[in-house]
Design a protein around this ligand. Structure first.
Ligand SMILES: [Zn+2]
Length: 151
């Protein structure tokens, strides 16, 4: 298994290949699929949003067995997700855990907008709401401090 520093380097290099339009599509052939029959040893865990525009394997230009990806709308963390992270680190030996956020997240926007969310979407919004409230409180403090310093 690689070090956490090497794992981060591999992710950054892969993202640079993707961003530059020159992905290598590594570890995606028949040989790699056969290697998977003997187990897995992903070099990084990525916790990401389920948003269809941000698939970690593609954004980081990685292949089969390289990443242990956990995705849920809004990047929320609950016991099942923590259990998945712990499994990857403790049992698979993944040296690096990355939380991959993104712009224009619909789940975060729903929490910002407030109001009633239908069905189980409310559970996502409820999990994100404390972070939105904290930012709104910080903004209010900044505005108050700004107004005070001008007086
Ligand atoms: Zn999102």
């Amino acid at each position: 298994m690689v070090s956490k520093e090497k794992a981060l380097e591999l992710l950054i290099e892969g993202n640079q290949r993707f961003a530059s339009g020159n992905p290598a599509y590594p570890n995606q052939g028949a040989e790699r699929r056969l290697e998977g029959l003997n187990g897995q040893s992903p070099f990084a865990v990525i916790i990401g949003c389920a948003d269809s525009r941000i698939p970690p394997e593609i954004l980081m230009d990685q292949g089969i067995g390289d990443l242990f990806v956990i995705r849920v709308a809004g990047n929320i963390i609950d016991d099942a997700i923590l259990g998945s992270v712990e499994y990857a680190v403790a049992h698979l030996g993944s040296p690096l855990v990355m939380v991959l956020g993104h712009n224009l997240c619909g789940a975060v926007q729903a929490a910002i907008d407030g109001g009633e969310a239908p069905g189980h979407i409310g559970a996502l919004v409820e999990a994100i709401q404390p972070a939105v409230d904290a930012i709104k409180a910080d903004e209010a403090d900044l505005l108050r401090q700004s107004n005070t310093s001008k007086c």
